[in-house]
Structures are given as structure tokens and as C-alpha cells.
Design a protein around this ligand. Structure first.
Ligand code: FES
Ligand SMILES: [Fe+2]
Length: 433
């Protein structure tokens, strides 16, 4: 269903309608100011830590990072020590990297390969499915000691093609249900075929929401990206779609005077294999998805290049810049978001577009922590940000967020996929023409 001809036609008409409307759509709610404390209070940060990050599906790894049975890697992006293990049975699993004896790490290297995982402290040994199979001097634990109750504690782990996601909530809905309509819309991008080409991380001096919000609106495009993004994105003809569970999409055509295929041909060397199944929008428009809570990725016929945002403290963020693409053969692996820079740790720096998007983060955070910052008014164009905040409060639990920190839940289901009151308004306008 997602990208059939009728849908494509309707979205194209919506783009034109967005450019001609002279006010927010009829009935679109006024967005109340968002409280400053959402970015600066330890209280809200602690709620995020306790609930938001523990209840959502999080991108953990690409299968290329644990390619063969026995491969494992450490993963600590939200604090808790986790290991991702490619089991000897072929299954990918995640566990707390916590020995069931006295809590030592079962794995100490960043990455490795072994048919069994052995804790270095007293050599308790686990199979790659987490079961405990070896305890030295076991008889001293007494006759009732039951090894079958001492398996490594699992963390939910599911795949979207080659991508591995984890969820700390044992009762979380399956990843496919979490993504809902997005799961189907992503099929054309061949997540089951793309390889991991680049994964780098950078430290930002701001709250993770300040950082990710630069990727949730196109209002800023003409002003901070005049030479980079603006030639590709007509921000006035952008159409935002809000999906269930906090996900969202922007879809913007190139400005009318730009030939997108021409621009693509210039900035995409021919040796990069195209993803043939990608449809018209992925080839001609800029299409970017937010997967709640911390993944933003434009998707095209060349790359699956997510930006992932991890809080490292109330006012610092780790930004991961990832490029995935179809096999690039013997040539250099594509890296969409970083450039060589010998003066930086790791020899890479963020690309010009990412530097433009992150340039104000530290200064915004400083301002937000001053008395000069009261609250955030958002426009209809920035509604994806507001909707994201509504989803943050919802996943934390509306009863847990103190009133002075909460956003009002004003964007109702009627604006969430598959509902879209804009379509009727557009048809009305077309009929009047
Ligand atoms: S803590 Fe792991 S074997 Fe003792
Ligand atoms: Fe931007």
C-alpha cells in the first residue's frame, strides 16, 4: 500500500498545497510553549533515563559488527553494560554483560569471537545463548545450586534486516509493531541488504533533544544550510507525516529550479550501487524519517545513513554518524557524514552539513540554562518536534511528568497516520480552482 500511484499523487498535491496555504491547516491545534525544564532539569532527565530509554527500541548494531557465530561486541550507549552476541546457533542475542556470580563483566574486550563466554574473575562459563555451563568447584555451592537459573540476563533483541535493535523492556511490543506503517515503507530501502560502511561518534555539548531537534524541521534549512541542503530541499513544499509511537517523516521535493537527478549525479560517484527498488520519492525528494526516540535518517536510492543521538549527561550528547549502503566492492566505503581531518581524534570530523546543524548546540544549551530562556514556541512547520515531545511524555507516563515540565497533548490522533485532515482541505481547494 505505502507507495502506490494514488498515494504518490496525493503526496505531490499535498506538497503544492503546503506551499500555497496562508495559515496552518484548519483545525491544526495551537502548540502551547514547551517548558524550558525539559532541556535543563535533572528531574526530566532522570525520568527519561528511567522510562524513555528503558521502554523503546534502540538501534544497537549492524550485523557486520558481529558477522559470524561466536562474534560479540560490547554496547553501553545508555549506560547499562550490554553485549550483543552472534550465537553459535546463528541467532543474534543481547545480554547484560554481568556475570551471574558476583557481577564481573563477562566480556572485557570491545569486540571478539569465542564459542563460549568466560568471566575472568572465577571463570564461570556461558554458552552463546546465555546459559551457564561451567562453574569451577561447583560442589562448594552445595547440592541445591541450579545452574539453569543462572543464565545471563537477556535484553530484548530483534532485527530489521541487517540492523539489530534492543529494548530493555521485556514486555515491549515487537519491533515490527513498534514501527507500524514505517516497517512497510522501509522495505524498498533493503535494510536486509545494506552493509555497514561507516560508524563514527562525536561528542556534543548539549542536551540530546536540542541536538536531534535540528533534524526534525526544515524551517532552518534556508538559513543555516544556504549552500548545502537548501539547493536540494524546498522547505515550503515539505510535507510532514506523524506516525503512531512517535515516529515521523518529512518529505520535501527539490526547489523547482533544481534538477535533483542532476545534483545526485554530481555528488554520488557512479561506483556506488543504487538500491534499485527505491521508488520515486526516494529518488527525487529528500525523505527523512525519525524513528522514536533517537534515530533520524534520510533515505534514498544510495544510502541508509542514520544519525543516532545518545544522552551522555543532562547537557552532553554522543552523536553517532552511520552510513549503510549496498556492497561497494573494492572501492572505498562510502561515508556520507564525516570527512578526513588529521587534527581530530580518529582522524575524521563531521561533514559540513552536520557542522551546520550542530553549530549552535553548545550555545543553545548555555542559554537554556540561563534566566534568559523561558519556554519554546513552535510553529506548524515545527510540529514534528512538538509531537516528539508529546511522545516522550507518553512513554514516560503522563502521570509521572510534573505539570510544570509536561507538554500538553494537543496533537490528537486525527493528525496521526493514517488520518490526515489536510487531504480534505487540499481537495476542497483544488475543487475551488
Ligand atoms: S564474578 Fe564472574 S565468575 Fe565470579
Ligand atoms: Fe539541518
Amino acid at each position: 500500500m505505502p507507495m502506490d500511484a494514488a498515494y504518490i499523487d496525493r503526496m505531490k498535491r499535498l506538497m503544492e498545497w503546503e506551499a500555497t496555504r496562508t495559515a496552518p491547516p484548519d483545525g491544526f491545534p495551537h502548540l502551547p510553549d514547551m517548558p524550558a525544564g525539559r532541556y535543563t532539569s535533572q528531574e526530566y532527565y532522570d525520568l527519561e533515563q528511567q522510562y524513555l530509554w528503558k521502554k523503546t527500541w534502540l538501534f544497537a548494531a549492524h550485523i557486520d559488527e558481529v558477522p559470524e557465530p561466536g562474534c560479540f561486541m560490547k554496547w553501553e550507549n545508555i549506560g547499562d553494560p550490554i553485549i550483543i552476541v552472534h550465537g553459535m546457533d546463528g541467532e543474534i542475542r543481547a545480554f547484560y554483560n554481568t556475570c551471574r556470580h558476583r557481577g564481573a563483566p563477562v566480556v572485557t574486550e570491545e569486540k571478539g569471537k569465542a564459542p563460549r563466554l568466560m568471566c575472568g574473575y572465577h571463570n564461570w562459563t556461558y554458552k552463546t545463548d546465555g546459559s551457564l555451563v561451567g562453574v569451577p568447584e561447583k560442589q562448594d555451592f552445595g547440592p541445591d545450586f541450579d545452574m539453569s537459573c543462572r543464565s545471563l540476563i537477556p535484553v530484548r533483541c530483534e532485527q530489521l534486516g541487517n540492523l539489530i535493535f534492543i529494548n530493555f523492556d521485556a514486555d515491549a511490543m515487537p519491533l515490527k509493531d513498534w514501527l507500524g506503517p514505517v516497517w512497510e515503507e522501509w522495505e524498498e530501502f533493503r535494510f536486509d541488504k545494506v552493509r555497514l560502511a561507516a560508524r563514527h561518534s562525536f561528542d556534543l555539548q548539549c542536551n540530546w533533544k536540542v541536538a536531534i531537534e535540528a533534524n526534525m524541521e526544515v524551517y532552518h534549512v534556508p538559513f543555516i544550510h544556504p549552500d548545502t541542503v537548501a539547493p536540494l530541499v524546498d522547505s515550503k513544499r515539505n510535507v510532514n507525516t506523524i506516525y503512531p509511537n512517535g515516529h515521523a517523516r518529512m518529505l520535501a521535493p527539490p526547489p523547482k529550479q533544481t534538477d535533483r537527478e542532476h545534483v545526485r549525479a554530481v555528488d554520488s560517484p557512479p561506483e556506488w550501487q543504487q538500491i534499485e527498488s527505491v521508488g520515486e520519492f526516494g529518488r527525487t525528494c529528500t525523505q527523512s524519517y525519525t524513528m522514536f526516540p533517537n534515530w533520524v535518517s534520510p533515505l534514498s536510492n544510495y544510502f541508509v545513513p542514520p544519525l543516532i543521538f545518545w544522552p551522555t549527561s543532562l547537557n552532553t550528547t554522543k552523536l553517532e554518524l552511520v552510513t549503510m549502503a549496498l556492497d561497494w566492492g573494492d572501492g572505498p566505503a562510502p561515508d556520507l557524514w564525516t570527512v578526513p581531518d588529521e587534527t581530530k581524534p580518529g582522524g575524521r570530523d563531521m561533514s559540513p552539513i552536520i557542522l551546520e546543524d550542530t553549530q549552535f548546540g553548545e550555545m543553545i544549551q548555555k542559554s537554556m540554562e540561563s534566566d534568559g530562556f523561558k519556554s519554546v514556541p513552535l510553529s506548524y512547520q515545527e510540529a514534528r518536534i512538538y509531537s516528539f515531545h508529546q511522545s516522550c511524555d507518553k512513554i514516560i507516563g503522563l502521570n509521572r511528568v510534573p505539570e510544570e515540565l509536561a507538554v500538553e497533548q494537543v496533537i490528537g490522533e486525527e493528525w496521526v497516520w493514517p488520518n490526515d485532515p489536510r487531504v480534505a482541505q487540499m481537495e476542497q481547494m483544488e475543487a475551488a480552482e
